[in-house]
Design a protein around this ligand. Sequence first.
Ligand code: PMP
Length: 290
Amino acid sequence: MYYNNETIIFHNGQFVKAADAKMDLYSQSLHYGYSVFEGIRSYQTASGETKIFKPIEHFERLKVSAQSINLPYTYHTQDLIDATYEVLRKNNFQNAYIRPVVYAPANMSFAVNTESYLFIEAWEMAPFLGDKLLRVMTSSFQRPNPKAFKIHAKAAGHYVNSIMASQEAKAKGFDEALLLDMNDHIAEGPGANIFFEKDGALYTPELGHILPGITRATVFEICEQLHIQVTEGTYTIQQLKEADAAFFCGTAAEIIGWESIDTTVFPKQWQNSVGAKIQKAYTDLVHEKN
Ligand code: PMP
């Protein structure tokens, strides 16, 4: 359950009960998938204080997402961060998943809107322990052609593609999907970016066909601190299958290792992989340890 009768959300400038909040069924967002959103997390840090991880980066991406699909965006990052902390406080959440959405008014045409609406929901989400390894399947679904969508935007409609890919993988007995891009290069998961390890170095798909993940950017920062070599490029599924190890990264997934891709099992034990080092550093970072 994401909410109960007491849950408070932020909706158009006010703190209201989730159960009482209303949205227009004639919204262009509902009919056409024309909205943008974020996925953010808060963690109870080592000091006991609850901290949102990289809130500026997330709300700035929300703005970029909205602007890139022409949704009016009149919100200020600091105001949204303050509102989010207030949502956490009012619900007494420490470890939470936070979901801001910017959506359009009633509009059955495709015309641009003069205003937009915003809500921020949150629900409790326990920190991930990272011991499970994923069995991943190469999806029969490609990521959308970047000439058909603003692929760097976190727009709701793009997620029909993610849902199809994830459901297909699970129906076939896998844990998750890996989507290729229109040129058959590896792209990303339905809701996470991918890195793979070969001879102690990391490789990840370059921007262009993927969501520019904030966790992906954090992995780059950790690699710099730990002197791990990381390269962005275009990679085939064959190169991935010859890798020593691989992992997904994302706000919800955090850092999660792979056991296999299709029928290929990765040879390196996860606990000995570069990914496991990054996973540990990421956990310490979000909890502000050390
Ligand atoms: N790719 C897609 C398609 C996603 O939905 C997400 C989750 N937002 C990511 C990558 C990872 O992004 P982030 O690290 O910013 O959560």
